[in-house]
Write a protein that binds this ligand. Structure first.
Ligand code: NDP
Ligand code: OXD
Length: 308
């Protein structure tokens, strides 16, 4: 079996772990970072940094396995006719849960007030309990649902919103425009864990930001284009949104002159909410290769029509 690891910059992190995981699964493979003959490649491991853009010559390739959870940079590639899977990595999920919970607690507990207190004001106002701080979780996939569960475990009342109607035990699940309005209208904290698709672009815009109660906080670890930047800045300036913690941006790295860098109510984190972790990701990749080799259905298949 020939595997093309088409993300050469990431190869050092996988050079030992991936062959080990293959061996543990009883699979024998040669792994290359450049294919001398694309027609001999059985699987492609892909990341958006990969120079590979034309999948046409990979006539024998049984699957393209993305190292990233978000696939917006490959899903529309018309040369890609092979099945595409996205990364659902338990350690990546763990990282996202930590980022979401950490930033939610920062705002919930008003930590900045005490960490940045240059005048040593003694203000004994106690924050409300999490149970009094409703959260809207936009996106209930691998990451959104895990983050929702972690927040619920701390007693935050979470309302979820997704594309398709859902019934999830112990979680209010909404969908559609009316569902979005309902989820936003009571949210003190909004978390956006949606993929970037034509349907989700500018989902948070002047109209939908106005659904929020005044002073809500936004956490966006999903994708930059989910939010209309100008509408968000206007909502921050008017106090409609009290703070936005943003991990992802339309242009990354965020350009040095972007208003988000200097806005006092914006926290920028540099797309570090959750990384694919080679140790656990290698096992996910190998499980899908094992499945493809035995004719079992692939896990985490991307729906090309939906774009995620
Ligand atoms: P999933 O595909 O598992 O979940 C996506 C969720 O979004 C689903 O609940 C889906 O609804 C919902 N959704 C999609 N389109 C719409 C729509 N038009 N309206 C309402 N809901 C919609 O993805 P993950 O949870 O694994 O990842 C989510 C995103 O997080 C990734 O696409 C990526 O952009 C981002 N990400 C960011 C990282 C970072 O470090 N900042 C790291 C990893 C991922 P339904 O359930 O009905 O299909
Ligand atoms: C991803 C990401 O999609 O890191 O995996 O954003």
């Amino acid at each position: 079996m020939l595997i093309l690891f088409a993300a050469p910059a990431l190869w050092p992190a996988y050079a030992t772990i991936l062959p080990q995981a293959l061996a543990e699964a009883g699979l024998t493979a040669q792994i290359v970072t450049e294919a001398a003959d694309p027609a001999l490649v059985d699987y492609i491991i892909y990341a958006p940094s990969a120079p590979l853009q034309d999948f046409t010559p990979f006539t024998r390739c049984k699957a393209v396995l993305s190292l990233w959870a978000g696939v917006e940079r490959i899903v529309g590639n018309t040369t890609l006719t092979q099945p595409l899977t996205r990364m659902v990595d338990p350690y990546l999920t763990e990282g996202m849960v930590e980022w979401v919970v950490g930033h939610a607690l920062r705002h919930h507990l008003g930590m900045d007030r005490h960490i940045l207190n240059p005048t040593h004001v003694w203000d004994p106002t106690c924050p409300p309990l999490a149970r009094q701080r409703p959260v809207a979780m936009l996106g209930l996939g691998a990451l959104g649902l895990a983050a929702a569960r972690a927040l619920q475990a701390l007693n935050f009342p979470v309302t979820g919103w997704s594309r398709a109607p859902k019934v999830i035990e112990g979680l209010t699940c909404l969908h559609g425009e009316a569902g979005l309005q309902q989820a936003l209208s009571t949210a003190a904290i909004v978390v956006t864990l949606l993929p970037r698709t034509p349907q989700t672009e500018n989902l948070l815009n002047a109209r939908t930001l106005a659904y929020l109660p005044k002073g809500a906080v936004i956490l966006n670890p999903g994708r930059g284009p989910l939010i209309d930047d100008q509408a968000l800045l206007a909502a921050l300036d008017s106090g409609q949104v009290a703070h936005a913690t943003l991990d992802v941006f339309r242009t990354e790295p965020l350009p040095p002159d972007h208003a988000f860098w200097t806005h006092p109510q914006v926290t920028v984190t540099p797309h570090i909410a959750a990384d694919t972790r080679p140790h656990s990701a290698a096992r996910v990749l190998v499980e899908n290769i094992r499945r493809a080799e035995t004719g079992a259905p692939l896990l985490h298949l991307v729906d090309r029509a939906l774009g995620y």
